[in-house]
Design a protein around this ligand. Structure first.
Ligand SMILES: *Cc1c(COP(=O)(O)O)cnc(C)c1O
Length: 505
C-alpha cells in the first residue's frame, strides 16, 4: 500500500541529526558568549522606533511555504536581536524592575526545553516535579517563610499574586465560591484592601476573579508612600459595620514605584482582628528579606498567609519566573484541585496542575534551582545587599549634584529629577512644577534614546520624576557614579530647547 510505503520512508523534517544539533548548538553558544561580552561596552539600547523595528523584522512578510536552513535561521535571529535589543544585562540598565539574567539560568532554560518535562503532572515529570518542590522550599527558606508552605512557580508577579488571591478567595468567601460562582461574592460584599501604590495586578485580580474593581478599597499613603494604617483600620471598621466581608489585605514588600515597604506588622495585626487574609506582594522586594540593610518591617512577610515573589527580579532568573507561596499548603489545593490527593506507588505525589492555573507546565524551576545552588544564600545576600548599597551611593551622588534633586531611596530604587540651577529656589510653585515635569519627561525620552543609561519614571504627588532600580549584578560603582553627569548634560540641552515656550514667573 502506497501510504504505508511513504510512512516507512518518513524522515522527520524537524529532527536534527546528533551531529547537526551539536554543530548548531556549539556555534550558538559561541555567538551568545561573544554577544554577552560585547554588551557592557555598547549602548543599553539603540532605541528603535516601532516603525524601525517593523522594517528591520519585515513583519509583513508572508509565512514561508517551504523550510530554510536552520543554521542560517539562527544567524538571522542573532543578527536581528544581537545589535538591536534593549539589554537588561547592561551594567547601566536600571529601568522598571527587570533584572540582568544569570548565565547559568540561560543554560538551565536550554536544558529544560531539551528534556521538555511537563511539570503539570507527577507521572510526566517525576524528577522535575520534585526539583520544583525543592525550589519552592528553598525560596521559602531564603526569605524565612515556613518551608512546609504550598507553592509553585508561575510566569511572574502578576500570576503569583493571582494565585494567592484565589487561595484567599476560596478560603475567605464564606461559601463555596468555586461551585456557586462569584455573584455571591458581590452579594456578600467581599472586599479587598491595598494602598494606592499597589501594582495594577490587584485591579486585574478583582476584575478577573469576579469581585469587581469596586470591591477594592484603595487606601491613601503617607509622605513616604506607605499605606496609612489609621485609614486602613478605619476602612475595615466601617466596612465591617456596613456588612461587608473583608477578604484580603495586600501589603507591599517594596512598592513598584519607590520600593518602600508598608508597615507589615501593623497590617498583620489588622488582618488578625478582622479575619482577613494577610497577603504580601513581594514581587520586587521579597528576596530582600535575606539582606541585613533593609527596613526590618519587610521581614514580617514571614507571617503572611501568602507571598508573591519574583525570581525573575531579585534572583536574576531569566524571564519568566514568578512564585506563589501559601502558608497552609492545603489552602492552595483547596483553591484549585478537583480531586483528592493523588497517590503514586503508595506515596502522595505532587501534581502541580492542582495547585495553580496551568495544566501543562514548563520546567521554569530548573534555572532557579541551579542559580540558588550556584551562589547559595550567602551569594544572594551579598548581591542584593550590594544592589541596595549601590542605589544609596546613587542617591548620595545625585543629592550632591547641584542640578539634580534626590527624592526617595528605598531598597534598590532611587528617585530624582533634573532641576535647572536658576529654578532651584522656585520648586513647589505651580508653574515651575508643571515645567519641571514636562522637562523631566522629555529628558527621560532623550536619555532612553541615547542608550547611555536606562532608567524609567515614577510619579510622586503630581511630579514626574526619574527612577532608577538596580536589580543588576553587572552594575559597579563606576556605572552609578557616571549617572549624574549623563542626566545633567542631557537635562541642560533639553532645558535650553524647551524653556522659551514656557512662561515662568
Ligand atoms: C513587578 C511587580 C509586579 C508584577 O510582576 P510581573 O512579574 O511583571 O508580572 C507586581 N507587584 C510588584 C510589587 C512588582 O514589583
Amino acid at each position: 500500500m502506497k501510504t504505508t510505503t511513504d510512512l516507512e520512508r518518513r524522515r522527520s523534517t524537524l529532527a536534527l541529526s546528533s551531529e547537526d544539533f551539536r554543530r548548531l548548538g556549539h556555534r550558538l553558544v559561541d555567538d551568545i558568549a561573544h554577544l554577552l561580552a560585547q554588551i557592557p561596552s555598547g549602548p543599553v539600547t539603540r532605541g528603535l522606533s516601532p516603525g524601525e523595528a517593523k522594517t528591520l523584522v519585515a513583519t509583513d512578510t508572508p509565512l514561508p511555504e517551504q523550510g530554510s536552513d536552520p543554521e542560517q535561521l539562527l544567524q538571522r535571529a542573532l543578527t536581528l536581536l544581537g545589535p538591536n535589543s534593549l539589554y537588561n544585562g547592561h551594567p547601566k540598565f536600571w529601568g522598571y524592575i527587570t533584572s540582568s539574567p544569570a548565565p547559568l539560568g540561560m543554560l538551565g532554560d536550554f536544558l529544560a526545553s531539551a528534556l521538555n518535562p511537563n511539570v503539570g503532572g507527577f507521572v510526566l515529570s517525576p524528577v522535575a516535579t520534585e526539583m520544583e518542590v525543592q525550589t519552592v522550599r528553598w525560596i521559602a527558606e531564603l526569605i524565612n517563610y515556613p518551608v512546609e508552605c504550598g507553592g509553585l512557580l508561575v510566569s511572574g508577579g502578576n500570576m503569583a499574586n493571582f494565585v494567592c488571591f484565589l487561595a484567599a478567595r476560596a478560603d475567605k468567601a464564606g461559601y463555596d465560591v468555586r461551585a456557586h460562582g462569584t455573584r455571591g461574592a458581590v452579594e456578600r460584599g467581599l472586599t479587598v484592601y491595598a494602598s494606592r501604590e499597589t501594582h495594577t495586578w490587584i485591579q486585574k485580580a478583582a476584575d478577573l476573579f469576579g469581585l469587581g474593581t469596586d470591591s477594592i478599597r484603595f487606601i491613601g499613603t503617607d509622605t513616604e508612600q506607605r499605606v496609612k494604617i489609621d485609614d486602613l483600620a478605619a476602612a475595615l471598621k466601617k466596612d465591617k459595620a456596613d456588612g461587608y466581608v473583608p477578604m484580603l489585605v495586600s501589603g507591599s514588600a517594596g512598592t513598584v514605584s519607590t520600593g518602600v515597604t508598608d508597615d507589615l506588622p501593623a497590617i498583620a495585626e489588622l488582618c488578625r482582628e478582622y479575619g482577613a487574609w494577610f497577603h504580601v506582594d513581594g514581587a520586587y522586594g521579597g528576596f530582600a528579606a535575606v539582606a541585613d540593610n533593609i527596613d526590618p518591617n519587610l521581614r514580617e512577610l514571614s507571617h503572611a498567609d501568602s507571598v508573591a515573589i519574583d525570581p525573575h527580579k531579585w534572583l536574576y532568573a531569566p524571564l519568566e519566573a514568578g512564585c506563589s507561596l501559601v502558608r497552609h499548603r492545603e489552602k492552595l489545593r483547596a483553591a484549585f484541585s478537583y480531586h483528592p490527593p493523588y497517590y503514586h506507588l503508595g506515596e502522595e505525589a505532587v501534581n502541580f496542575f492542582e495547585l495553580g492555573m496551568q495544566n501543562s507546565r514548563g520546567f521554569r524551576a530548573l534555572k532557579v534551582w541551579l542559580q540558588l545552588q550556584h551562589i547559595g544564600r550567602a551569594g544572594y545576600k551579598q548581591l542584593i545587599e550590594d544592589d541596595i548599597r549601590l542605589a544609596r551611593v546613587m542617591y548620595d551622588q545625585i543629592a550632591a549634584y547641584p542640578e539634580l534633586e534626590a527624592l526617595t531611596q528605598y531598597l534598590s530604587i532611587t528617585t530624582f529629577r533634573f532641576v535647572p540651577a536658576d529654578l532651584r529656589a522656585k520648586t513647589g510653585e505651580a508653574a515651575t512644577e508643571t515645567y519641571l515635569s514636562a522637562l523631566n519627561k522629555e529628558l527621560l525620552a532623550r536619555l532612553e534614546k541615547s542608550g547611555e543609561a536606562f532608567v524609567s519614571n515614577a510619579v510622586l504627588g503630581d511630579r514626574f520624576v526619574l527612577r532608577a532600580c538596580i536589580v543588576n549584578f553587572n552594575t559597579t560603582l563606576a556605572d552609578v557614579q557616571a549617572l549624574p553627569e549623563i542626566v545633567a548634560r542631557i537635562g541642560r540641552t533639553v532645558d535650553a530647547g524647551m524653556r522659551t515656550s514656557y512662561r515662568l514667573a
